[in-house]
Design a protein around this ligand. Structure first.
Ligand code: GAP
Length: 464
């Protein structure tokens, strides 16, 4: 089972590199731990993931609006949020080789449960009970120090020119939602929204992860898609259940098999949270958190009220009452969704007696929607007509022109990047063999390999 999952992960990472989805960060300098770059097809896929999320969370909801807040904010934001004081992971160091690891991950590796939200004392106690079984991932020894908490916020001197800037650092945001809370009043005052309403944001977040791992699953610089719903306090749990159902359905609508998803309830809630459930996905290394859905109460807004001195109260004019709204949050990583999408739609089959790898992306996620080929590269009339067809379809969708190698090879390449349709311009398109086929092309379906003759004038509607 483990071998099978390792090999699926290897196949996905190798496809991602080979076909330009994901490259190791700073490759030419020997890499940079926890950093990855999205290549030409990766950026298309990531953009499509973000559009699918935005479409579902913002465009289809009358009371949700978008935001793009700054990455680096006033440092007090992170004091108010509790990140400066308490946003940390349990770090343990190997006394033999000085490798630093996350204690909860080492425990997880020997199948002992520990939650990142446990206190250091709790994790230390569990770690002590299991010391004999835990080995250092680098040197294999069992000689560890004590667990200590390591703060995950990354500091920056942006805007601070003093030599000892670390005394008053600014921070790269550890989650995008704090930018939403500090703009909640601005949005209320400048738009027509009324409670209940939501603010959604997609953007980069940064965490000094002690041990980034599992490819793009845990990175130090990653992207989040977060929605914060501001609701009347007594309706928080009703809203929460509504969003749990919506987020589950979202993955089914994306084309995920339900058996690859599962709910996980947090056992250790932070003191202010009323509920926290994760949607887990069946990654090649097992079920792991993909998205968090949290009922956060009024904690965030009251903290910002306290630290900024600005009232966060909402005036409900219809009912003549004032309150600080409660927050229901849904939060998912772009990178984790990317890996889940690669896992879900990766397939191998046999077509026309040949083995192939095929990414069965749903149309809306496919990086390239259609590829256009002239049958032969060295026939100017075919190439010219193919360029005309490319110009026509590329006005409506992301298309690619390819005249490299033979058509069979081009099909394989497009299958591997998950292109739903390939169009070939042949001699029949030019009307050289049968006048009735003039201005028709062959359209090949990625999933079945079947080909159909379609008039160029019908192409766009056929493909869509
Ligand atoms: N605002 C709530 C929040 O940030 P979280 O559970 O820490 O909650 C939410 O993160 C989501 O962000 C996760 O479910 C995951 O998809 C993504 N995420 C968190 N840390 C990540 C990392 N180091 N690398 C990639 N994605 C990450």
């Amino acid at each position: 089972m483990k071998e099978q999952s390792d090999s699926k992960m290897e196949k996905i990472t190798s496809l991602c590199k080979r076909r330009g989805f994901v490259f190791g960060g700073s490759d030419i300098y020997g890499g940079f731990v926890g950093s990855y770059d999205y290549g030409p097809y990766g950026v298309e896929l990531a953009n499509n993931i973000k559009s699918a999320w935005w479409n579902s969370v913002v465009n289809r909801e009358p009371n949700i609006v978008g935001l793009d807040s700054a990455i680096v904010t006033h440092p007090k934001v992170w004091e108010a949020s509790g990140h400066v004081g308490g946003f940390s992971d349990p770090l343990i160091e190997c006394k033999e080789c000085n490798t630093r690891s996350r204690a909860d991950h080492l425990l997880e590796d020997i199948e002992v449960f520990a939650d990142e939200k446990m206190t250091p004392e709790e994790i230390n106690a569990i770690f002590d009970e299991n010391r004999e079984k835990i080995t250092c991932p680098k040197c294999g020894q069992k000689n560890f120090g004590e667990i200590r908490n390591f703060n995950l916020l990354a500091q920056t001197n942006l805007g601070n020119f003093s030599e000892d800037w670390t005394k008053e650092p600014a921070y790269l945001r550890g989650e995008t939602c704090q930018g939403i809370y500090i703009n909640y009043k601005n949005v209320l005052d400048s738009t027509r929204v009324k409670v209940p309403f939501g603010i959604a944001q997609i953007g980069k977040a940064f965490r000094n992860e002690i041990a980034p791992r599992q490819y793009i699953f845990r990175k130090r610089e990653f992207e989040q898609m977060e929605l914060q719903m501001f609701v009347e306090p007594s309706t928080e749990m009703e809203e929460y259940e509504k969003w749990r159902a919506k987020r589950w359905q979202y993955y089914l609508d994306l084309g995920f098999k339900e058996e690859n998803l599962k709910w996980h309830e947090h056992e250790n809630l932070v003191f202010y949270a009323k509920a926290a459930w994760d949607i887990e996905y069946n990654f090649p290394f097992g079920f792991k958190e993909l998205e968090g859905v949290h009922a956060r109460g009024d904690y965030d807004l009251t903290q910002h009220q306290k630290f900024s001195g600005v009232s966060m109260e909402y005036l409900d004019q219809a009912n003549n009452k004032k309150y600080v709204p409660h927050v229901v949050e849904t939060s998912v990583g772009v990178d984790r969704t990317f890996l889940a999408v690669m896992t879900e739609f990766y397939d191998e089959d046999e077509l026309g007696g040949e083995k192939r790898v095929v990414m069965r992306f749903p149309y809306k996620l496919a990086p390239i929607k259609v590829a256009v080929f002239p049958l032969l590269k060295n026939k100017p009339h075919l190439v010219e007509k193919a360029k005309e067809v490319f110009a026509l379809v590329s006005e409506h969708m992301r298309a690619e022109f390819d005249d490299n190698g033979n058509v069979g090879k081009r099909y394989r390449r497009q299958d591997e990047i998950g292109t739903p349709h390939c169009i070939t311009i042949d001699f029949e398109t030019l009307g050289e063999e049968d006048e009735s086929l003039k201005d028709t092309v062959t359209v090949r379906n990625r999933d079945t390999g079947e080909q159909e003759r379609v008039a160029i004038s019908d192409l766009v509607s056929y493909l869509k």
